[in-house]
Design a protein around this ligand. Sequence first.
Ligand SMILES: NC(=O)C1=CN([C@@H]2O[C@H](COP(=O)(O)OP(=O)(O)OC[C@H]3O[C@@H](n4cnc5c(N)ncnc54)[C@H](O)[C@@H]3O)[C@@H](O)[C@H]2O)C=CC1
Ligand SMILES: O=C(O)[C@@H]1CCC=N1
Length: 268
Amino acid sequence: MKIVFYGAGNMASAIFIGMIENHVVKPEQIYLTSRSQQEKIMFFKENLGVNVSYDDTELLDGADYVILASKPQSFPDVAKRIRPHLEKKTKIVSVMAGTQIKTIRRELRTENPIARIMPNTNAMVQHSVNGITYSRNFPDKDQLVELMESFGTTVVIEEDVMHNITAATGSGSAFLYFIYEKYAESLVELGFDEEEALFLTRNLVIGAGKMVEDSELPFSQLRKNITSKNGTTEAGLNALDGESIKKILTATLNAAANRSEELSKDDE
Ligand SMILES: NC(=O)C1=CN([C@@H]2O[C@H](COP(=O)(O)OP(=O)(O)OC[C@H]3O[C@@H](n4cnc5c(N)ncnc54)[C@H](O)[C@@H]3O)[C@@H](O)[C@H]2O)C=CC1
Ligand SMILES: O=C(O)[C@@H]1CCC=N1
């Protein structure tokens, strides 16, 4: 199998590192190209053994999958590179937020099968959540799902649900990291120095994540297990206004989903 990545940035690298570490593909089956970050992709070549090329004829010759992993705004340039060399057998898989299948089809001027996936950078540790939607003519969906499950969990969705998945899990880790950042800053307010605050927050998050992984209990029960009647947790939770937090998070997710919708209209 030959998998060609147009773009080798944060998202693409999380995917191919996830795939390689999980042994579903061999490094020599992966081809990378980029516009910038030449140094970074040479690092991947030297350290992972993947192929690097800037020659589109060589890249696309016999490719089974082309992964579109540039920013949506760079897609017209990427399409210009791919268009003249695209073979009929090549399946196109886009990770770009907001760029619709019909836009990809139009820019590449192709009837080839197209899938859109919405992973997240947790692919690097095989814990991405991957939304996936296909064009009607996409063959052998199981093979793509198998590839994607090497770096996470897959949910098959209709294309119009992509906006919400992009907000919920594509961007979602960034929202959680932001909360952890603020938690560490609050620990500094409490009296810890910065290094201690980061150490404590980091280990707290790792532990909580492992509890979520290992326990079947809902979040609410995990919380209740920590909360003694009239104790410290209850005092803290009383100060934490759940409804306000929910409102803030709902506004955050709506803003992200709306931006995905805007991006999809930019190119109409
Ligand atoms: N970073 C994330 O957590 C997620 C990103 N995405 C999507 O993944 C895509 C990439 O995002 P990042 O990796 O964060 O961006 P990035 O800026 O880290 O990487 C973009 C890559 O595209 C390459 N590129 C730009 N123009 C090119 C061209 N003409 N030919 C070949 N390569 C070209 C750049 O050289 C770079 O390697 C975006 O469309 C984004 O919507 C989707 C899910 C999560
Ligand atoms: O911020 C973005 O647009 C991309 C899509 C999901 C995560 N990062």
